[in-house]
Every structure is written in C-alpha cells, then in structure tokens.
Design a protein. Structure first.
Length: 336
C-alpha cells in the first residue's frame, strides 16, 4: 500500500555522511544565531556550568564582568541577548580579560558581540567584560554554550538578567531554562525486530534486497504507516554507524528533508536534518518527532518514530500528503 502521493525512487544509497567538523580554534561564526556547535549530536539538558555577573543594572557604556565557571570544559561561546526575545541578534560588545584563552567574534553587524575559546585546552572558568550599547534593550540576558568534550555539550545555558538603571527587573524571570530542552525526545527501547507481515496492506515498505526479512542481518528496511493525522516510520539495516532516509523533490541531493538514526556509544540518537546540495546534514533543533524508539542487536540497527503528516510551522519538514523520491543511506559514523 502506498501512502497518498508517495512516489518512490530506491536502489540508490546516497551518502548522507554525518561527520561534521568541530571547531577547536573557536572560529564558530556559523553558530552565531543558534549557538549550537556542529558536533552531529544532541545537546545535554542539565547544565553543569554557571554564569555570574558583578552587577544587575547598567547604563549605556557601562562594563559588566561576566564569569563562566564549572567542571573542566574545552569550548565555549558567550553572547548577550534581549531577555524578552532570546532569538534576536546579539546585544552589545565584549572586552577580553584573557587573550590566551578567549577571543572576540563578530556576529551579525555588531563587532565583538560574542566570545569563544582559542583552543580545546581544558579550562574551569572564563572571565570577560560586556559593554552596554547605547541602544540596549531594557533587559539583557547572558547565554553560554559549553563543550565539555566533543559529544557532551550544553546550548544556551541561561545566565543572569541585567536591566537598565531605573527599569524594574522582570518578574518572574523571563527565561530560566535552556532552549536545548526542546531537542529532547522521550526514547524507549524496541523489544523485538520489525516485521514485514503487514507490508502492502497496512503499511508501505521499501526493502533491499526485495522481500527480505527486516530481522535478518542483510536487509535494509523502511516502512510508513498512516495513522489518522500522523505517520509511523520504521527503519532498519545492518549498520553499526548510521541509517538515514531523505524525502526529495527530485533525484538529486539538495533541499531535502532527512531523518537520521546514529549509533553513538551503543545508544541510537534520532535526528531530523535538512540537506543543502552535497554538504553535511544541518541538524534541526525543533522537536517534531514522537514515540521515538531504537534497538541494537546482532549487528542490526533499528529505530522508529512518529511524525505529523503536515507541519505548517516548520519549513524544513515536508508535508506527507504529496509525492517525493526517497533516498536511503547507511555508513560509518565517527567523530560526530
């Protein structure tokens, strides 16, 4: 059974290789907006590091000392933003206290509006000075991304909110939790191998080789089963690295909606991503998947999840009520 509008192009295993480079030099301008390091894995949720400041009020031109501290970490990225609009551009500029361990970056049109590490040498704290601009918003919040090691990092750790003099502090605090919370999926473990028994009747399946058993060690398997306003998806194959599929408007990689199941230290991480031409997948932050499960057994990687047929709020996710080509991929995953 085909889902409405699904056109299939299979037999092509396009390389969606998920290795993405880290930035040991701290040149992380690509992260200016999202503050997410390109490490190919999901952020951790409970920060171990804190941000402190030496004052809670400021006037244009004032300097506020900002201190990031905690257990040993390799990388960091610090910005100040409008506390009432944390997705807005960086606010103000910074001055360094230690040029050996920290450097200034320009995000957007504001020079020196972010601070990052200069190397992956371990550190316990960083001190910088924030200079309030003349057009500062009423309330400013400091945010930090911290990389403990390549696969262990936290995004947008919330710091103190400072306010312009004679402006009441926001009550209650505007933002007290990391936006990385949105990237967490409740995950369960698949107890047994997938079945092809309902292929062609209850669900649409792709198998390579044709008619293979998804429980065997030589079968690549992808299935879609429509359930009211959502689709339940299963993916399985002989891989110790990653499995992925992408929905495409044509037979070429680029502008595609991708789904990746990646084995990291014997745990499977399920991610959505967007493919731009033949570059690495751009992992998404929004949580759009439900009922995420996975299984690793006998050299077979399996994952399953549910997603809505339509996502009017997310441009990167394709609606499932039209026709697409389907790309399948597998391969090794290392270093991100």
């Amino acid at each position: 059974m085909e889902l409405p509008g699904f056109a299939v192009a299979v037999g092509m295993f396009v390389c969606l290789y998920v290795s993405v480079g880290g930035y040991p030099s701290g040149k992380v301008r690509e992260a200016c907006t999202s503050m997410v390091p390109c490490h190919g894995s999901s952020p951790h949720l409970s920060p171990e590091h804190i941000i402190t400041v030496n004052g809670t009020e400021f006037k244009p031109g004032d300097s506020i000392e900002v201190h990031l501290s905690g257990p040993d970490f390799e990388g960091f990225f610090i910005q100040a933003r409008d506390a009432e609009q944390l997705d807005s551009p960086a606010v103000g500029s910074f001055v360094l206290a230690d040029r050996r361990r920290s450097q200034l970056l320009t995000c957007g049109r504001t020079k020196n509006s972010a601070v990052s590490h200069t190397s992956k040498a371990k550190k316990k704290d960083i001190k910088v000075y924030w200079i309030a601009p003349g057009d500062a918003p009423k309330h400013v919040q400091f945010l930090a991304t911290v990389v403990k090691k390549y696969r262990i990092f936290w995004v947008k750790i919330p710091g103190p909110i400072v306010s312009q003099t004679d402006v009441l502090s926001p009550t209650p605090p505007l933002h007290t939790t990391s936006e990385a919370m949105a990237t967490s999926y409740p995950v369960s473990y698949i107890s047994k191998a997938f079945s092809a028994s309902s292929c062609g009747s209850m669900k649409f399946c792709i198998r390579n080789p044709s008619n293979c058993d998804p429980g065997s060690a030589s079968c690549f398997f992808l299935s879609f089963q429509q359930e009211e306003s959502s689709v339940f998806i299963e993916m399985s194959g002989p891989s110790e690295g990653y499995l992925a599929f992408a929905l495409s408007h044509d037979q070429w990689m680029g502008g595609d909606d991708a789904y990746l199941c990646v084995n990291e230290d014997h745990r499977v991480h399920v991610s959505t991503a967007h493919l731009t031409e033949r570059s690495y997948p751009l992992l998404d932050l929004e949580n759009v998947l439900e009922d995420v499960s996975w299984r690793l057994a006998d050299g077979i990687l399996q994952c399953s999840f549910r997603r809505s047929i339509r996502f009017p709020a997310y441009k990167g996710r394709f609606n499932l009520d039209t026709s697409y080509y389907i790309f399948l991929a597998d391969g090794e995953a290392s270093g991100g």
